[in-house]
Design a protein around this ligand. Structure first.
Ligand code: PMV
Length: 352
């Protein structure tokens, strides 16, 4: 029989995990990666990270020996963040005490595209590493696996915990949402047909790296004058959003989604170290979307991440007319557009 080290060294896995866009935002956190409010997001389809993880023999005495490649090149900066994450959570990845790991990661979308790349990256890393742990323990990939992966993804990057589920996911304890937790996200089922295959066109207004990181942004909520009101508001909105998705109330969806995006940016603009991430093109695009909605009575709305790019959300049923609007009337506001839509969650892939 082979010895344990040899068996361990033969393991390799590949996972694809999509990004997600929040419609009620998480902004502000407590140690360790506990959100100050609940949030709800749409899991995307075309914007994803693929991670191939392979174990091999250790060559150093490092507690975690990781070679991290991004788009084919050794990436020491992000690699260090991932190695620290793996070391901090070594009890979930005990095989790393006896084996080294090489991770190859690729994104389906360009850098700084305003797509939460740490969400898809940590989602994929958590899924791949947990899959290895499950294989070594001879455990099935059941629902519990995704729940554990969500918890582990959260420890890497908060919003990543919502990416391990299809469709809509809630993260953060909310007394009006059964099963909700600060530790992991839960999938929201029972979605009205109007919200099925929801579209998200991502308008890349600027593709330069953000001048203020999300980590700093979250920390500015610690002594923010409006923090308590914001956390209460987000909790209320998350609970309302779950009902809205169930009932198919698209007008309320639009109202909460847009207001929450503006509230996120209002928090940035009113923090002690205030800053602005929106650009003139962001404002122009937002105004055109609101005006066009009024004129055409088509349910289309915007949301924003922590950056200048605009996510245009619309039901699948209005795809043709909205995409025509995006390709013509909105064209001058963006450098590039990525058409995405609701996704089915992560996928385990065959190793090539
Ligand atoms: O997961 P983080 O730390 O990158 O924070 C993400 C925060 C927002 O994208 C702005 C909102 C959210 O809920 O995804």
């Amino acid at each position: 029989m082979e010895n344990t080290t040899e068996t361990t060294n033969q393991i390799k896995v590949k996972w694809r995990c999509p990004s997600n866009i929040a419609v009620v935002k998480y902004w502000g956190k407590k140690p360790i990666q506990i959100p100050c409010n609940s949030s709800i997001s749409l899991t995307l389809n075309n914007s994803y990270t693929e991670v191939k993880a392979q174990l091999h023999e250790k060559t150093t005495l490092e507690p975690v020996e990781l070679n991290y490649y991004f788009e084919g090149e050794l990436n020491e900066k992000f690699g260090k963040r991932v190695a620290d994450y793996l070391a901090d959570n070594i009890e979930h990845f005990p095989f790393l005490r006896i084996a080294a790991v090489t991770i190859h990661s690729t994104n389906s979308f360009p850098h700084s595209a305003g797509i939460a790349s740490s969400a898809s990256a940590f989602g994929a890393i958590a899924l791949a590493m947990l899959d290895i742990a499950y294989q070594l323990a001879e455990k099935e990939l059941d629902d519990n696996f995704y729940n554990e992966a969500s918890r582990l993804a959260r420890l890497g990057s908060g919003s990543a915990c919502r990416s391990v589920y299809p469709s809509f996911a809630v993260w953060g304890e909310n007394d009006k949402i059964e099963g909700s937790s600060d530790d992991y996200a839960i999938e929201i089922t029972n979605i009205h047909p109007i919200f099925k295959n929801m579209r998200d066109a991502i308008l890349i207004i600027e593709d330069e790296p953000k001048k203020v990181s999300s980590t700093i942004g979250h920390s500015l909520m610690n002594d923010h004058p409006f923090a308590d009101q914001r956390f209460d508001q987000a909790n209320e909105r998350t609970a309302k959003m779950v009902k809205i998705l169930e009932e198919g109330d698209i007008d309320s969806f639009i109202q909460i989604c847009e207001s929450d995006a503006l509230t996120l940016h209002a928090m940035m603009m009113t923090s002690s170290d205030y800053y602005l991430l929106v650009k003139p093109g962001t404002i122009t695009a937002i105004e055109k979307i609101m005006q066009w909605r009024l004129e055409h009575m088509v349910p289309v709305c915007f949301t924003l991440d922590a950056g200048p790019n605009v996510h245009v959300l619309y039901p699948d049923k209005y795809r043709e007319t909205v995409e025509d609007f995006i390709n013509t009337e909105l064209k001058d506001t963006y450098k590039k557009v990525i058409f995405d839509h609701e996704g089915e969650g992560p996928q385990k892939l065959n190793i090539d």
